[in-house]
Design a protein around this ligand. Structure first.
Ligand code: PEP
Ligand code: MN
Length: 262
């Protein structure tokens, strides 16, 4: 086991600033940015319910090449417009040097997806950028490997890192992945960074998301990353795990007492 020391409190206050002192942050939005209308409908609900974090991929790392790969620069343009109009904090995925350069002016937080957790040249570049990085756990990465990836970002001098547990591959097939809830309290002992949970990619199905989101809060997570789509049945990626807007609102209402008790 690596020695990282026990740091019970967040060393940095950037997270407090980012969350407007609430220390808990929900990032919600579609898997992929598909249109202005799609993102705007989502942003209107976020704003109405006091959610400041907007997620949405312009560059999508899909399993197969014929699948929708994201709108690229057009998607970033839409993100920038909606961010500006609604005053939201945008997290979006970068895949490589090119998408990083393009996303930098728009993103408030740069997401490294599971498939790129060990893309060391990308991690080194992110170590030198002046933006927080949301580092997702690799598809089948151990916590030690994840911490190794985190260290690549730190090494470049970037200490604004958010770790995102999104489930790992196990023998279980009834969920897309298995949410490793113990990663949350464990990481909070091992490093000084916020830990957020993505129940959408963990479950891979909408019906389990509320329970996993509550489990994350109870385990001490600092935030949630949730896929939300105005019309999940028409989504170009991950529709089966995207909450529609009324279900998202219901989840926020259900989460309220949990957040107050946490
Ligand atoms: C995503 O957030 O849409 C995504 C691709 O997630 P992951 O990297 O966890 O599969
Ligand atoms: Mn997705």
């Amino acid at each position: 086991m690596l020695e990282y020391g026990v740091l019970p409190k967040l060393k940095e206050d950037w997270w407090q600033e980012l969350t407007s002192q609430k220390r808990f942050m929900i990032f919600a939005g579609p898997c992929a940015v598909e249109s202005r209308e799609q993102l705007e409908k989502t942003a209107q609900v976020l704003k109405k319910y006091g959610i400041n974090g907007l997620r949405g991929g312009a560059y999508k790392p899909r399993t197969r090449p014929e699948s929708f790969q994201g709108l690229g620069e057009e998607g970033l343009k839409i993100l920038a417009e909606i961010k500006q109009k609604y005053g939201l904090i945008v997290v979006t995925e970068v895949l490589d040097e090119e998408s990083l350069e393009k996303a930098l002016p728009v993103a408030d937080i740069l997401q490294v997806g599971s498939r790129n957790m060990q893309n060391f040249s990308l991690l080194k570049k992110l170590g030198r950028v002046n933006k927080p990085v949301l580092l997702k756990r690799g598809l089948a990465a151990t916590i030690e490997e994840w911490l190794g990836a985190m260290a690549y970002i730190e090494e470049g001098g970037n200490h604004r890192i958010i770790l995102c547990e999104r489930g790992i591959r196990t023998f279980e097939k009834m969920t897309r992945n298995t949410l490793d809830i113990s990663a949350v309290p464990l990481l909070k002992r091992l490093c000084p960074y916020p830990v957020v949970v993505d129940p959408s990619h963990a479950a891979g199905r909408v019906d389990l998301i509320p329970a996993l989101a509550k489990a994350a809060v109870a385990a001490g997570a600092d935030g949630l990353l949730i896929e939300v789509h105005p019309e999940p049945q028409k989504a170009l990626s991950d529709g089966q795990q995207s909450l529609d807007l009324p279900s998202f609102i219901k989840l926020l209402e259900e989460l309220n007492p949990w957040l107050l008790a946490a």
